[in-house]
Structures are given as structure tokens and as C-alpha cells.
Design a protein around this ligand. Structure first.
Ligand code: ADP
Ligand code: ADP
Ligand code: MG
Length: 671
């Protein structure tokens, strides 16, 4: 066995590899960029070597620096993880030339599968079924268009050197071919430095089913069954599961054998994945081979009880495969969800920021294959970040992989729903609520899978914003009260600097708002010890703030006990109550009347009300915080103050005017 390895990656996969190495007593060397000096993966390893500045080109993609680090630290082998240099044949060769073991296939196998076109040509020879298409050398536009016409529309253009869904273009009609080809080539040259393309029949409603293969250097090769990765956005996987719903034993064997044939055809060694595209009738075609450990390998580990990284390390050390095909079994069902820092509502745009809060279901960090443990955990979380860490613009915005296991698919789904509900992330946008809708939707729940699932169910996956529930508003209001009493260092709400008296009664107006609009509430303190009267939309409720345990907030709303975690982030209150996250902006009119829209020249009414005083004059230049206008709303006065120093360009209302919530009150120009 190996004694010491260098892990040439970062994030969750570096942590994942380190966990197995540690269990096997193999020493580990981490490499890191300046952005990652204190990253989790560095702490997960025994020693570490700095590579360079944050950009991957100057750090994780510097093969020579990585090889030098391995030699300097006495590592015998390099594990490349996925992404970065994992499918770089020159790097694999350079490792071999430096006397280091590359934990992956031989450079020749990477090269053979590196071009989708060349790989297809090879697979044709190995009698692996292919999608009808053209994957030859000729690249003239007219010729390719002729091929597309022959194949029949729709067709799919792919970059031969492609990956990550980049460059792919669906062409519906012959007339659109030229423009699509040009755009595919543009993206291919900028992403891969190679603009060769291939043309394929574009299958409608296909499924993405891939086979995990494993080969050793003695000629052994097995398949570890399939994964269904049909649920995708922009041709990138979102949910992965194993086994594939509806798979029959015969088809599994046929696909498994085709995948093994593909691996054998290129002299494969180590872990690899053969990706197939499958029709609803079960017919399947080779798409490509990924010559590395796959992001979604945990679902295979969960159903086989095997540690694939352990297999990689054993094979790299020259050992034969630990098990033969007939000793491999599927147990139960596993589903993986990729938790991304991204904004599904904005086209899945990555979101950058610091994980101010990161709470998850209680999960076991990777722990398969431990002596005596054959049962996978119900919930596994593979993550490369901790609370307080940043998701930077330099690398992949994945926060974690959430993997669940169940005796059957329904049980796994329930575990997934529960584990997603326990996620609490503050500091950046995530896809968690989207994933919750996705797994709750009928299509996924009934395994009506195909690669267009997300687009087809767009309307249910992206429902319009609805007003927050009274429970949510009550929790948020209670959180504000609690903050203020904490601020005043006394439990006595009368001490709050925000309280006001009206006919001897303490009253509060809280202006909450979210994407669904304003959600103002009113609180009246009942001096009789019965707590507060909460008014939402004209309806009154009894609110009591209970003593809270373990940091959670407990309230009684009309006698019903509610618990939640409410986390403040600037103006925002994030309410996590048993599965749903609701974020409310708390517009504190005393603190900063108007609000940030002032940058855009607007100062708006935080709630409906009446103008009672105009303090500023048109044209006046005012200092930050200067009172401009006073309005009365919900029986209290609100001062609208200048958010920053600037000029009052216009005053749009006079004393006595009624104004609607959100109405622009002043034209204001910041200095
Ligand atoms: P898969 O087929 O396993 O989904 P992809 O074809 O999407 O994998 O390729 C793996 C992807 O992983 C890369 O394209 C890249 O976007 C992403 N990636 C690369 N390195 C990392 C990393 N360290 N952490 C997370 N994601 C990464
Ligand atoms: P990448 O290298 O980007 O992973 P793939 O060739 O694996 O590229 O294709 C990525 C995804 O694109 C597949 O998972 C599938 O959803 C879709 N796709 C690929 N080929 C076809 C095709 N011929 N018809 C329909 N969809 C396809
Ligand atoms: Mg692929």
C-alpha cells in the first residue's frame, strides 16, 4: 500500500480523499492557493504546500508546481480529485515521468477518451452503441450542415474537447445550423482552446444514465452499477441517484458490459464513468467517458457499501480489484443533491459570499468501509467548507453534497426532504429551497425522469412569491423584541429605545418586507402579563415570547407553541422554522428611514400613512441623517431621514397627504 499521497485539489473532494487516506493510515499532503490558506482541506491533511495566488491557472492548474511539491514532501502518488488536472493526460504523463504514481488511468487512456469524437470512433470499433451522428475529422460548415440534414433535426452540436455542458447547442432547423455552429465554435475555442465539433441526433426526453467502472492493472474490470443523473440544469447535474428507477436486471447487465467493453478498449485502470444517454424505451447510447472519480460517486458507495477512493488507492498501489463482479450487490437506494451557492431564480447564477451561518442535518462525514460497518448512514454530507468560510469567485460554487440512503427510493426521498429542511445557510443565495421543491414535485417523486424535467416543470419549481405567513411574521416580530431587550440588557420591553406610548399603551410598528411586498405588523404591549397583541392585516393575535433554549426562539401564538431559528444579517431576518426559510427585510424607520433605494433617487414610505411635517426644503443640501419629512403611520410618527449626505431635488407630498406604502416621497440625490 502507499505511505504518503499528495492531493492535487481543494474543497470537498480533497477532504473526501483525505478521509479515506487517514482511515488507511496513509499520510496526506494538501496543496493550496492563497485563497485557501486556511481552508478545510488544508486542515484535513497532515502537511500542506502553497502553490500560488488564488486563480486556478496560477495554483491548482500548475502541474509542475504540484509535482515539485510531491517530490519535496516525499509523496509517492498524486490524487487529482475531479476537475482541475484530473483529466489532463500531459499531467498524468508528467507524474509518471517524475517517478510518481498518478492515481487515475494511464495518460494514454485519458487521451483516448479526451476527445469526444475520437472516443466515439473507438467505441464504434468496440461495438458500443452510439447516438447517430457525425464525429469525424471534417469540419467545414457546409459539410457539417449536410450531416445534420442527413441525421435529421433536432441535432446537438458538441465541442469535441468539451465538458461541463460548455459549447453545446441544440439546432432545430437547417436554417439555424450555421449560426449555432459559429456560436458553439466560439465557446469551444475560448473554453477548451479547440474548436472541433461533433454533431449528434438530439434525443427528446432522454435520461442520463452512467455506469461506474473500475479496472486494475492486472486486467480485472468490473462495473459498480448505474447512476441516474437525469435531473440537470444547463446540461449539468443537480440530483443523482442509484440505482436508476425502472432499471431491469437485463438492461443493467447490458449497460454494465458495454461500459466494461468501453474501458477495456482504452486499456483503462482505476475509477471511471461511462455516460450513456437513454431513451424512455430503454435503448441507450454511449455519450462520453469521464476518466476520473465522479462528483456523484457517493451514491454508488451508499448502495454498494464500498469506498471507491480506497479502491483507487489499492489499484494505484498495484493491488488487484478487491471484489469480483459476482460479489457486487446493490443495497437500497441513494440520492445526492448538490448544494450550490447560486440563485435559481436568476438563472442559477453563482452567488459569492461568506457562510455567516451553516447548519446542517446531523450527518456522518464520510465513514464507509470502516471495520465492522456495512450499513451506510442515512445522511452523509461531503463538504469542503465550514461556517465562516467564503465561497469565492475563483472556484466552483458548490457548498456541499448531501447524500441520503434509504431501504428504497421513497425512504431515501424522505431522508432527503428531512435533511434539506435542516439546512440553514445565511450569507449567500443557495439552491436549497429549489431542491426542496424539486424533490417534492410529482415528477421526481414518481421518478418520471428525463433531462428536461426542470424546464418542463418550471412553473411549479419557480412559484410566484407569496406573502409571509402570520407565524413567520410573529417569529420575526418576536426576534426583534428579543434583540431589543437584549440590547437594553433588561427583560423590560419598556426600556426599549424603540417603544412608544399611545394613550398609556406601549405600541410598536414593525415594517417587514420581502419579495412579495410589504408586510407591516403592529405590536401592542398588554400590561396585564398576557404578552403582546400582534396585528397582521387587521387580524389580532396573542403573542408571547417564551424563554428560549439552545439559541432557538420559542413563542406562543394564540396559545400555539412555535420554535424557529431567526438569524439577523444586516437588515434581513432569516426565519428557519422546521423546513422553510423565509427572509424578511426589517425596515427600521427610526434607524434609517427611507432606505437603500435612496441610491436610485427614491425615498419611499415604509408603510401607508399620512404626512405630518415637511422639514426639508426643495433644493437643500443635507447631511446624512438629517430629518426630511415626518409621516404618521400605524398611529406613530416616522421620521424619514437622509440616508447619506445629498440634495433634496423634489418633495412629492405636502402636509396632510395620505401616502401608500412604497410611495416615493422625495426625489433625493446622493453626493
Ligand atoms: P460530473 O460529470 O461528475 O458532474 P462534470 O462533467 O460537471 O462532472 O465535471 C466536474 C466539474 O467539477 C468540473 O467541470 C468543475 O466545474 C467542477 N469542479 C472542478 N473542480 C472542483 C472542485 N474542486 N470542487 C467542486 N467542483 C469542482
Ligand atoms: P459534458 O462533457 O458537458 O458532460 P455530455 O456529452 O456528457 O457533455 O453531455 C452532457 C449532457 O447533455 C447530458 O447529460 C445530456 O443531458 C445532454 N446530452 C448530451 N448528448 C445528448 C443528445 N444526443 N441528446 C440529448 N441530450 C444530450
Ligand atoms: Mg458528461
Amino acid at each position: 500500500m502507499l505511505n504518503k499521497i499528495l492531493i492535487a485539489n481543494r474543497g470537498e473532494i480533497a477532504c473526501r480523499v483525505a478521509a479515506t487516506a487517514r482511515r488507511l493510515g496513509i499520510a496526506t499532503v494538501a496543496v493550496y492557493s492563497d485563497a485557501d490558506a486556511r481552508a478545510k482541506h488544508v486542515q484535513a491533511c497532515d502537511e500542506s504546500v502553497r502553490l500560488g495566488p488564488a486563480p486556478a491557472k496560477e495554483s491548482y492548474l500548475c502541474g509542475d508546481k504540484i509535482i515539485a511539491a510531491a517530490l519535496a514532501t516525499g509523496a509517492q502518488a498524486i490524487h487529482p480529485g475531479y476537475g482541475f488536472l484530473s483529466e489532463n493526460a500531459d499531467f498524468a504523463q508528467a507524474c509518471a515521468d517524475a517517478g510518481l504514481i498518478f492515481i487515475g488511468p494511464p495518460a494514454s487512456a485519458i487521451r483516448a477518451m479526451g476527445s469526444k469524437s475520437a472516443a466515439k470512433a473507438l467505441m464504434e470499433k468496440a461495438a458500443v452503441p452510439l447516438v447517430p451522428g457525425y464525429h469525424g475529422e471534417r469540419q467545414e460548415s457546409d459539410f457539417l450542415r449536410g450531416e445534420a440534414d442527413r441525421i435529421g433535426y433536432p441535432v446537438l452540436l458538441k465541442a469535441s474537447a468539451g465538458g461541463g455542458g460548455k459549447g453545446m447547442r441544440v439546432v432545430e432547423r437547417s436554417e439555424d445550423f450555421e449560426a449555432a455552429l459559429a456560436s458553439c465554435k466560439r465557446e469551444a475555442i475560448s473554453s477548451f482552446g479547440d474548436d472541433r465539433v461533433l454533431v449528434e441526433k438530439y434525443l427528446t426526453r432522454p435520461r442520463h444514465i452512467e455506469i461506474q467502472v473500475f479496472a486494475d492493472a492486472q486486467g480485472g474490470c468490473v462495473y459498480l452499477f448505474e447512476r441516474d443523473c437525469s435531473v440537470q440544469r444547463r446540461h449539468q447535474k443537480v440530483l443523482e441517484e442509484a440505482p436508476a428507477p425502472g432499471m431491469t436486471a437485463e438492461r443493467r447487465a447490458a449497460m454494465g458490459e458495454a461500459a466494461v467493453a468501453a474501458a477495456r478498449a482504452v486499456g483503462y485502470v482505476g475509477a471511471g464513468t461511462v455516460e450513456f444517454i437513454a431513451n424512455q424505451d430503454g435503448s441507450f447510447y454511449f455519450m462520453e467517458m469521464n476518466t476520473r472519480l465522479q462528483v456523484e460517486h457517493p451514491v454508488t458507495e451508499m448502495i454498494t457499501g464500498l469506498d471507491l477512493v480506497e479502491w483507487q488507492l489499492r489499484v494505484a498501489a498495484g493491488e488487484p480489484l478487491p471484489l469480483r463482479q459476482d460479489a457486487l450487490r446493490i443495497d437500497g437506494h441513494a440520492i445526492e443533491a448538490r448544494i450550490y451557492a447560486e440563485n435559481p431564480e436568476k438563472g442559477f447564477l453563482p452567488s459569492i459570499g461568506t457562510l455567516a451561518r451553516l447548519r446542517t442535518a446531523t450527518a456522518v462525514e464520510f465513514r464507509l468501509g470502516e471495520a465492522g460497518s456495512t450499513r451506510p448512514a442515512a445522511v452523509r454530507i461531503d463538504s469542503g467548507v465550514r461556517e465562516g468560510d467564503a465561497i469565492s469567485p475563483f472556484y466552483d460554487p458548490m457548498i456541499a453534497k448531501l447524500i441520503v440512503w434509504g431501504a428504497d427510493r421513497d425512504a431515501a426521498l424522505r431522508n432527503m426532504a428531512r435533511a434539506l429542511a435542516q439546512y440553514q445557510v445565511v450569507g449567500l443565495a443557495t439552491n436549497i429551497a429549489f431542491l426542496q421543491r424539486l424533490i417534492a414535485g410529482s415528477a421526481f417523486a414518481t421518478a418520471d425522469l428525463d433531462t428536461g424535467l426542470i424546464e418542463r416543470h418550471h412553473d411549479t419549481l419557480f412559484p410566484p412569491a407569496t406573502a409571509p405567513a402570520t407565524e413567520t411574521l410573529a417569529l420575526a416580530a418576536a426576534a426583534v423584541l428579543q434583540e431589543e431587550s437584549r440590547f437594553a440588557q433588561r427583560g423590560d420591553p419598556w426600556s426599549s429605545r424603540h417603544g412608544w406610548r399611545l394613550n398609556g399603551k406601549l405600541s410598536r410598528a414593525l415594517a417587514f418586507e420581502d419579495e412579495a411586498g410589504a408586510a407591516p405588523v403592529r405590536l401592542d404591549y398588554n400590561g396585564d402579563g398576557s404578552g403582546w397583541t400582534l396585528t397582521v392585516d387587521g387580524a389580532t393575535h396573542v403573542l408571547q415570547v417564551e424563554s428560549s433554549h439552545d439559541g432557538a426562539l420559542c413563542i406562543a401564538l394564540d396559545g400555539r407553541m412555535l420554535r424557529a431559528d431567526v438569524v439577523r444579517e444586516g437588515e434581513w431576518l432569516h426565519v428557519f422554522d422546521g423546513g422553510a426559510q423565509r427572509s424578511l427585510r426589517h425596515v427600521d424607520p427610526m434607524a434609517h428611514a427611507g432606505h437603500s433605494e435612496a441610491e436610485g433617487g427614491r425615498l419611499t414610505a415604509p408603510m401607508p400613512g399620512k404626512i405630518v411635517a415637511v422639514l426639508a426644503q426643495k433644493g437643500a443640501s443635507v447631511a446624512q441623517g438629517a430629518p426630511l419629512l415626518i409621516m404618521e403611520a400605524m398611529k406613530m410618527e416616522h421620521t424619514i431621514a437622509a440616508p447619506v449626505a445629498g440634495t433634496v431635488e423634489d418633495i412629492l407630498y405636502a402636509v396632510g397627504d395620505q401616502v401608500a406604502e412604497g410611495a416615493q416621497l422625495l426625489e433625493f440625490k446622493a453626493d
